[in-house]
Design a binder for this molecule. Structure first.
Ligand code: AMP
Ligand code: ZN
Length: 123
């Protein structure tokens, strides 16, 4: 069964910040919404453009995600890059998965970053 925002086990007893945004209980600057995917601006931007793209279903990590959702989340990310006019200059898509990667919110999300140069390898 697909985990939902109101699933107490999967979203840490309803304590997930991103589920709160999905449910409209927390404000966010939303750039895209459909039945399965939401995209909104990061509250602490690490680049001039910093957007988070998330599945509406609560998956705590990349490994836990329903494979069918990957295409939908990535399609929204690329569509937003085109709409925002950052396709030509370049953008970065990032998933921090787990503590050593710096994941702080246990709800799968893809960062879309643009508007400055990024180093490789990442820090
Ligand atoms: P990560 O560290 O990969 O788990 O990314 C979590 C991201 O969520 C960080 O970039 C935070 O700045 C961002 N964030 C946390 N709370 C909010 C919020 N209420 N609205 C928008 N972005 C948030
Ligand atoms: Zn959640």
């Amino acid at each position: 069964m697909t985990p939902s925002c109101t699933d107490g086990v999967e979203n840490l007893a309803g304590n997930c910040v991103f589920c709160e945004i999905i449910e409209g209980r927390r404000k966010a600057e939303i750039l895209h919404e459909d039945s399965e995917v939401l995209a909104f601006r990061d509250i602490l931007p690490q680049a001039p453009t910093h957007i988070l793209i998330i599945p509406k279903a609560h998956f705590p990590s990349a490994a836990a995600a329903d494979p069918a959702l990957w295409g939908k989340v990535m399609t929204v990310a690329v569509k937003l890059a085109a709409e925002l006019g950052i396709e030509a200059e370049g953008f970065r898509l990032v998933i921090n998965n787990g503590p050593k990667a710096g994941q702080t919110i246990p709800h799968l999300h893809v960062h879309l970053l643009a508007g400055r140069s990024f180093r490789w390898p990442p820090g």
